[in-house]
Design a protein around this ligand. Structure first.
Ligand code: BGC
Ligand code: CA
Length: 346
């Protein structure tokens, strides 16, 4: 593990703080101010909305705890458009942000944002939507905070396998196979295909015989998932025994579809999500969602905030451990009804 170069000469704040320490001059009465620009791909995304709330809490908390530092977070919502986001990033830079946290609208198209930030020597912390490795190499002041999609998929597969093995009725038609459907996230997103692949392979690895009935893209979205699920139900009626969704919102959309059709409980499939959003956890408590995988938004927000403050002040970067000098991946956790309470308290 390597740590990053902790010097960012252009940030006056760092110099000011260091001067105060080195000459032990009296601490200033008024705190140093720093503005943090956060650009997110879409605030209508449940998980992203909660993650950015956590991020705001983190910056507020640091401001409250440290009277030398006043951090102001400015949030911009690209509503799904990379073009909007490029304009918003330009505005954030013009407004004097000393750090950018970027949740790309199009993870394959960060070049314009990187160029804008590099011209002004403002570091970027990308989060949740990972740029491709080649783009991350464009400049040494680019970082990424996220989680490992393979782990999420593997955990979802383990949770599903455990539930199937524990329930003789899971194979409702008793043909020795589990008929399943998949609700997949946005095409091209690092979390979509990989989560599915690892979930399915884990189930197979655990000795579950699977039969895939259908896989539909619902772009992380609850309403779209409900729609796709209605189509799949009309096609396969009560043959579906398992629904694997790449996130909680889509799993909840699938549950919505069954509710709308008034399907009796005895022919409901098992449902699995990923995220542990507030609504996802509630569905686990209510035993509607069999289990989910916690996508640690609090941990990710804390890592983003730690890194941002280190880059702003030039202090503490040595304590951060990176993978390949610029990546931070937080672990996922399995969530079942047995211990869902732990996650509600976060
Ligand atoms: C989350 C999804 C979210 C997506 C947005 C994923 O990691 O699991 O719920 O919609 O990120 O980029
Ligand atoms: Ca079956």
């Amino acid at each position: 593990m390597k740590t990053i170069n902790s010097k960012i000469p252009h940030i006056i704040l760092a110099a000011t703080l260091l001067t105060c320490v080195s000459c032990s001059s009296p601490q200033p009465d008024t705190p140093e101010k720093a503005r943090i620009g956060v650009a997110c791909y879409n605030q209508s995304d449940t998980y992203i909305r909660q993650l950015t709330n956590c991020l705001r809490d983190q910056f507020d908390q640091r401001t409250n705890e440290n009277d030398q530092l006043a951090l102001t977070m400015t949030l911009r919502d690209a509503a799904g458009s990379q073009r909007n986001q490029n304009d918003q990033v330009k505005e954030l830079l013009d407004a004097g942000c000393s750090i950018l946290c970027v949740n790309l609208a199009d993870r394959a198209d960060p070049s314009e944002i990187i160029d804008l930030a590099r011209e002004r020597e403002i570091p970027i912390i990308f989060f949740n939507r990972e740029p491709v490795a080649e783009d991350m190499m464009q400049w040494d002041q680019l970082y990424y905070v996220g989680a490992d999609a393979k782990q999420a998929g593997r955990m979802q597969g383990e949770l599903a396998a455990a539930a199937i093995l524990a329930d003789a009725q899971a194979d409702r038609n008793h043909d020795g196979k589990i008929q399943y459907v998949v609700l997949e996230g946005e095409p091209g997103h690092q979390d979509a295909i990989i989560r599915t692949e690892y979930a399915v392979n884990t189930l197979i690895h655990q000795g579950i015989q699977l039969e895939k009935l259908s896989c539909q893209i619902a772009n992380w979205n609850r309403a779209q998932a409900q729609n796709r699920m209605m189509q799949m139900i009309s096609q396969h009626q009560n043959q579906i025994e398992l629904v694997l969704a790449n996130n909680d919102d889509m799993a909840l959309g699938a549950i919505d579809a069954y509710k709308k059709l008034n399907v009796t409980e005895s022919v409901l499939p098992l449902f699995f999500g990923i995220d542990g959003t507030d609504v996802g956890l509630k569905a686990v408590i209510d035993k509607e969602l069999n289990a989910t995988v916690y996508n640690d938004k609090e941990g990710q927000a804390e890592s983003i905030a730690n890194l941002a403050v280190s880059l702003i002040t030039g202090q503490g970067t040595d304590d951060i451990s990176f993978m390949n000098e610029k990546y931070i991946y937080l672990p996922y956790f399995k969530v079942t009804a047995d211990h869902v309470g732990e996650f509600l308290e976060r």
